[in-house]
Design a protein around this ligand. Structure first.
Ligand code: COA
Length: 315
């Protein structure tokens, strides 16, 4: 398969580090050096499904394709207002598609996992055109009283349209269960029979453990793919990494021994938008005309689970 269109959509509200310090014991002087984040887009009156549909429509327009041409929609999402129906079904209706739809929750690595699922369907000859939409509102998962977590995240949606081709050179998906490192819990509807204790817990994070996992997993996944494909880190033109933290990106870059120019970033203005992060960055770079046909792109992401994944694409 190959990517022939990208799109993204962001909430209009921009929250700077200085704005956070108005109600939290934090500062730009703490946040920026540790994370590289200056501001993030935060949902206010928007609905996530509308942003997801907007990103999808832009990706379809970029691909020159109609929604009716789609054979499958895969939506990556950790949380949204609906438990059911799936976000992909809501997007399907909003854009006027009629194809089968499925949602996945692979945390921040959702775009890579969605590409992997799509690739399997292409290889099986079951689809000709697939839409992937990653739509996330992690700012609704964190406690806004917890300065160690809420400052890291932003909301948004990113989408990609795929068609038949031979441009995905390799995909690696990994998982290593470590459920106490990054998690959120919520209470389901009560029944007369529930006797166990349940509690609602906003997003909890062991930041330094996540940091170490992220660097190890991401550089390991990319290295695995390079070795398998007989490629060197130098052969990759662009590294599009999950935009969680500039220090994580720099550590992976150091491990790969590659120059900063190959690592476009938007973490400065977006924070971590979970699985939407990679496709939003892909769309921003695509719309700037940064990629030439034949360029080699390595995308890599990591997140709660722990889950990670990487893909090498020829543009
Ligand atoms: N503003 C001010 N101080 C803060 C703060 C904030 N927003 N958040 C935490 N602190 C404080 C802590 O309370 C702690 O204070 P103490 O030493 O008095 O206890 C101090 O800063 C140091 O905290 P620490 O956790 O040691 O900082 P760190 O250098 O590990 O950086 C992260 C914290 C979160 C930036 C870093 O661990 C990280 O980026 N981890 C990865 C997170 C991530 O990417 N998650 C998503 C993955 S998908």
């Amino acid at each position: 398969m190959k990517i022939i269109g990208t799109g993204s959509a962001l909430p209009k509200k921009i929250v700077t580090n200085d704005m956070l310090s108005e109600f939290l014991d934090t500062s730009d002087a703490w946040i920026y050096p540790r994370t590289g984040i200056k501001s993030r887009h935060v949902i206010s009156d928007e609905k996530l499904e509308d942003m997801a549909a907007e990103a999808a429509r832009k990706a379809l327009a970029d691909a020159g394709m109609e929604a009716g041409d789609l054979d499958m929609i895969i939506c990556s999402n950790v949380v949204n207002e609906y438990i059911t129906p799936s976000l992909s079904c809501i997007i399907q209706g909003a854009i006027g598609a009629t194809c089968p739809c499925l949602d996945i929750n692979c945390a921040c690595a959702g775009f890579i996992y969605a590409l992997d699922i799509a690739e399997s369907h292409f290889k099986a000859g079951r689809v000709k055109n697939v839409l992937i939409v990653c739509a996330e509102e992690p700012t609704r998962m964190t406690s806004w009283k917890d300065r160690s977590v809420c400052v890291l995240f932003g909301d948004g949606a990113g989408a990609a349209v795929l068609t038949e081709g031979d441009n995905i050179k390799g995909i690696k998906c990994s998982a290593a269960s470590a459920t106490d490192k990054l998690y959120q819990k919520h209470i389901l509807e009560p029944t007369p029979y529930i006797t166990k204790e349940e509690e609602s817990i906003p997003l909890q994070m062991k930041g330094q453990d996540v940091f170490k996992f992220a660097v190890k997993a991401s550089s390991g996944d990319i290295r695995y793919l390079l070795d398998n494909l007989g490629m060197k880190a130098d052969d990759i033109d662009w590294y599009l990494l999950h935009q969680a933290n500039m220090r994580i990106i720099n550590s992976i870059r150091d491990f790969l021994g590659q120059p900063a120019e190959k690592f476009p970033t938007n973490v400065e203005n977006h924070g971590n938008s979970s699985s939407a992060s990679c496709p939003i960055l892909l769309d921003e770079c695509n719309r700037k005309g940064m990629f030439k046909p034949g360029d080699k792109l390595a995308l890599s992401a990591f997140g709660a689970g722990f889950i990670s994944g990487a893909v090498i694409i020829e543009w």
